[in-house]
Design a protein around this ligand. Structure first.
Ligand code: KIV
Ligand code: ZN
Length: 398
């Protein structure tokens, strides 16, 4: 891509975690294999699903939504296999508010059944064709049915954020009274803003018994992570996320961004091993067949890349000048890129990295040549850099 990547491993700086807010532990519910797989064009084999589930377990997520058992026999087999092989996380299957869906989920041997029903008037009228009272009746009936199996039950009010607030609180209360162990607040079409999310979570917290509350945000307006973090700051306990922000339409809140923000910006803890984030992102990208955008926060190739002269100078002196966290802490790498915007410091550093102690004249020559080549979109790699140096030496020795 016309640039030379050089890995810089040195580190000097401030530990941002010192600015933490306290030691609250937030649980991570990963739905890469369910909501993530609903991404248009993506279909994982059972083998691939298992591979991702094991990587998620290894990374330390607390709950893995492995799929939607009622979808097909094959999906049920995949979930059962995951439930058998995952040893740390709780394995979850989604189920509509129906007894047969619950039966399918339970037959997959999951630890938790995640039942959902829409609660907004638009969904009740145009999708389910039922009244609010009928929705309440189904919640009572199916949640208590699921609970009778002895599994954990998570209840979601789909489209919660577009539902009448008093009705929404009644639905959650009904689910809790029927035996739901945990509840989820989905922003199904991603229409929340942080301030509205803060209000909603406080509103529900004040009215409901203190069961663990999940937050599930979609990214239609690019606010899924901000809304998730705000919900947690205001009383939610569990973040529902998808690796790489994959998922339906604009995707779900990104696992790696939520975990890093909780850790580095708020000083909250999760059980996720931060240093596994990059490798997890790469695996999911490969198996989904969807590339990670280079500018993706935390796990993108450019998340810790520096080309502009002023930035490179700062970063080479102290990485925290232009990095809010250390790349190695999230399994990523710092890259000093030589290109159109490079300055003398980057060139000097790159040459020293190649074992050359450059004169000022050589630095000047290499810098000018790199800039000329970069604007012509010539791919500058280490061999090109060597060629430039050789040309310079040959010209000098004449
Ligand atoms: O976005 C949503 O509402 C969902 C529910 C099924 C939890 O994915
Ligand atoms: Zn969703």
């Amino acid at each position: 891509d016309g640039r030379l990547y050089i890995i810089h491993k040195a580190y000097i700086g401030v530990d941002f975690r010192a600015y933490g807010f306290g030691a609250r532990v937030i649980k991570i519910f990963d739905t890469t294999l369910r909501d993530g797989e609903q991404m248009p064009g993506v279909a994982l084999s059972n083998e691939e699903k298992l591979q991702i589930a094991l990587a998620l377990d290894e990374a330390g997520v607390d709950m893995i939504e492995a799929g939607f058992a009622a979808v097909s026999k094959d999906e049920q087999i995949a979930i059962r296999q995951i439930a058998k092989e995952v040893y740390r996380a709780d394995v979850v299957s989604l189920a509509r508010m129906s007894k047969s869906d619950v039966d399918a989920a339970v037959s997959a041997d999951v630890d938790m059944v995640h039942v959902f029903i829409a609660t907004s008037d638009i969904h009740l009228k145009y999708k389910l064709g039922i009244s609010r009272e009928e929705a309440l009746r189904r919640v009572e009936e199916v949640v208590s049915y699921a609970k009778s199996y002895g599994v954990k039950v998570l209840f979601s009010a789909e489209d919660a954020t577009r539902s009448d607030l008093e009705f929404l609180a009644r639905v959650y209360k009904t689910a809790i009274e029927a035996g739901a162990d945990e509840i989820n607040v989905p922003d199904t079409v991603g229409i929340m803003t942080p301030s509205r999310m803060a209000y909603l979570i406080r509103f529900l917290r004040e009215r409901l018994p203190p069961v663990p509350m999940h937050i599930h945000c979609h990214d239609d307006f690019g606010m899924a992570v901000a809304n998730t973090i705000t919900a947690i700051e205001n009383g939610a306990d569990v973040a529902q996320v998808v690796v790489n922000n994959f998922g339906e339409r604009a995707g779900n809140a990104a696992l790696e961004e939520v975990v890093a923000a909780l850790h580095f910006l708020l000083g909250m803890r999760t059980n996720v091993k931060l240093e596994k984030l990059y490798e997890l992102s790469q695996l999911v990208s490969k198996l989904f067949g969807v590339p990670v955008p280079p500018n993706k926060a935390v796990v993108g190739e450019n998340a810790f890349s520096h080309e502009a002269g002023i930035h490179v100078h700062g970063v080479l002196n102290n990485p925290f000048t232009y990095e809010p966290m250390r790349p190695e802490d999230v399994g990523n790498k710092r890259r000093i890129v030589l290109g159109k915007h490079s300055g003398r410091h980057a060139v000097e550093w790159a040459l020293k990295n190649m074992g050359i102690n450059p004169s000022e004249d050589l630095v000047e020559y290499v810098l000018n040549t790199v800039k000329e080549l970069a604007v012509k979109k010539v791919k500058i790699d280490e061999s090109i850099l060597k060629e430039i140096v050789t040309t310079y030496i040959t010209a000098k020795s004449r």
